[in-house]
Design a protein around this ligand. Structure first.
Ligand code: ADP
Ligand code: MG
Length: 212
């Protein structure tokens, strides 16, 4: 574990207070390497094993940049499964709980479309979901990403293994060219390099050895 407290980062007071109340004091190595890059607005490829704290790495980075007074989808997180999307959304809500009025919505397959469409009509700042269902909402026009600021690909290796490459590309096509893109993965096979070269611009690459 690194010895770098979150308090060295230029994070809003609500986030720092909340981290202390969650008993998150020291950054994990991947958080220490990734957060300055994300807060600097750069694209990022971050590789680290399961449990290394990748959710808070991108979560704090996007929550710092989010403007809760502008009620449209500013952040999109793509996840391979509904279980992972639910976990990510839960962690984002925990991290955001002292910032008033941040709305995080999950959109995954295997659940009825109607309530998701209703929730989208109410609006959200952060959408977390699986590629197939997100693509469906984009096709129907029920999800709009024209003012997206940050795109996160979480567990990118698993998303590709599950055959989501075409859906990911179709979703990325609907986002503004001028966006920040962050890719997180446990492994870094050749296919990740290909998708990264299509989606990210001059990414900084961070790799945390699996022994830490
Ligand atoms: P990953 O996505 O890399 O598999 P997670 O983001 O799910 O890892 O984090 C693993 C666990 O570590 C979660 O239970 C999370 O709440 C906890 N965690 C993350 N960062 C910290 C931290 N800096 N201090 C304490 N606990 C943390
Ligand atoms: Mg994770």
């Amino acid at each position: 574990m690194s010895q770098h407290p979150f308090s060295v980062l230029p994070l809003r007071a609500e986030l720092l207070d909340n981290l202390a109340s969650l008993d998150y004091h020291l950054m994990t190595p991947i958080q220490h390497e990734s957060l300055p890059v994300i807060l600097d607005g750069k694209d990022l490829i971050a590789q680290g094993r399961t449990g290394s704290g990748k959710t808070a790495a991108f979560g704090l980075g996007v929550l710092q940049q989010l403007d809760p007074t502008r009620f449209h989808v500013q952040v999109l997180v793509l996840c391979p499964t509904r279980e992972l999307a639910d976990q990510v959304a839960q962690e984002l809500r925990r991290l955001a709980r002292q910032i008033p009025n941040v709305k995080t919505l999950t959109l995954c397959g295997g659940q009825p479309l109607g309530p998701q469409i209703g929730s989208l009509e109410h609006g959200a700042h952060i959408v977390v979901g699986t590629p197939g269902r997100l693509e469906e909402h984009l096709r129907k026009g029920t999800l709009k990403l024209d003012r997206l600021q940050v795109l996160v690909l979480d567990e990118a290796d698993r998303m590709l293994e599950m055959g989501f490459q075409a859906a990911v590309d179709a979703i990325v096509d609907q986002t503004p060219a001028k966006r920040q893109s962050l890719l997180f993965s446990a492994t870094y096979p050749r296919e990740i390099e290909d998708i990264a070269s299509r989606i990210l611009t001059n990414p900084v690459r961070v790799e945390v050895a699996s022994l830490h």
